[in-house]
Design a protein around this ligand. Sequence first.
Ligand SMILES: Nc1ncnc2c1ncn2[C@@H]1O[C@H](COP(=O)(O)OP(=O)(O)OP(=O)(O)O)[C@@H](O)[C@H]1O
Ligand SMILES: [Mg+2]
Length: 497
Amino acid sequence: MEPLREAGMFGKRTNFGQSAPAQRVSPPAEPRPTAATAQPSAAPANERAPAPQVAPPAAVAAEIRPRTEEYYQTKATIFGALIEAIDLSQLSKMDSESAREEIRDIVNEIIAIKNVVMSIAEQEELLDDICNDVLGYGPLEPLLSRDDIADIMVNGPARTFIEVGGKIQLTNIRFKDNQQLMNICQRIVSQVGRRVDESSPICDARLLDGSRVNVIAPPLAIDGAALTIRKFRKDKLTLDQLVRYNTISPAGAEILKVIGRVRCNAVISGGTGSGKTTLLNCLTRYIDDDERIITCEDAAELQLQQAHVVRLETRPPNLEGQGAVTMRDLVKNCLRMRPERIIVGEVRGPEAFDLLQAMNTGHDGSMGTLHANSPRECLSRIESMITMGGFALPSRTIREMIVSSIDVIIQASRLRDGSRRITHITEVMGMEGDVIITQDLLVYEMRGEDANGRILGVHRGTGIGRPRFWERARYYNEENRLAAALDEIDLKDEVLN
Ligand SMILES: Nc1ncnc2c1ncn2[C@@H]1O[C@H](COP(=O)(O)OP(=O)(O)OP(=O)(O)O)[C@@H](O)[C@H]1O
Ligand SMILES: [Mg+2]
């Protein structure tokens, strides 16, 4: 950068600074997101049709140019001048559009006065970056405004990855240093009344739009703060969309609808990012409108459509290590709130015991998700969560409890091509000796891959005519629908998807 220019250029720049903002404020208002937001209903990768809406890595690189050291120096100079020139308290009273305009005007003037040499494109980038730093989440803003991104993963200031269409890719997003990254993390978590620094370096939070955030700061994160954001999807996926993306076959989806409607106790099991929460959200759509539902989550992600919902969220301890409210506390408290269904966003500890008890004591149709790679593993995880929770129960008793509470396990998977599939709908049948017996109603079988490396397979029935929840389906007048779906998964010619 050349900090000062010839006097002759000064006038030109000043002129530019005074006249330009009015025209330039609006067109580039969301310049980078446009590529992505042009197709807001970006289809996930496992849709069969080619998915042009998924931005290829090159597009990311083109959208966000790498910032040079020189650029950061220029920005720091201008930023310093801006902070002196603006009244931050006034700015905070403005709506974000007017605040952006105000900052742009002042920055344009500073650029002119200081005679900074920049192309118009660079100047636009600088204006955006500074507005994002002052008003938003800095370099993360262009990623946050894209609808096709599922996850943003910041590994220290120099490396940021995103997941688009089931695939992880590196971006050119860079933070100036760890301090800038930490400031942004702090800004994010402080909005939900939390803090993150060296003394409390782990923090869960939520963005105002509902995106789930986790921060782990140095010294625990060795190479700079690690920030993970599960982007909130405004257009939550529905079961019909999951059918279109081949996550489940149409008949399989019908079975899931019946499971949701007839108050089966269901556990959704799957690996990280396999679509468990999405699936749970889909299932809750089939709950009747007049049921009283209580949801317990670490960070509220579920979006229930029903009118009668109470949403609860856990709370970490304060600085003195007090005031924590755990998932177990919430689930236990739920029982005193006259729930008809209890929904636990993610079961990961001793609350498994309370959820099973709730399922067992008249709160039929309760649901939760759990990290496990198969229905079998899901059962043993529940058992070990209860054992590790300090309940001195013999394992046979725990298994009996599992058998009498859980009706169905739905297994979700993210396959190696990035697509998500429901791989099992499995019923918990009973005990034989000390072993829990299960029965698959539907399984997904992989059969190969196509020329583009997409996995091909088939959702297949297993010949079960009368699942254990048949009587339940009859009680809710859903047995015809269930019978038709079961016939279809068994008889239909196999269609690879
Ligand atoms: N069937 C699907 N097809 C395509 N994309 C999906 C599907 N299910 C979920 N997704 C997307 O994948 C991402 C992860 O989904 P979700 O949050 O449901 O996963 P999860 O298993 O709950 O993850 P975690 O273990 O982190 O809680 C989301 O962005 C979601 O929109
Ligand atoms: Mg989840």
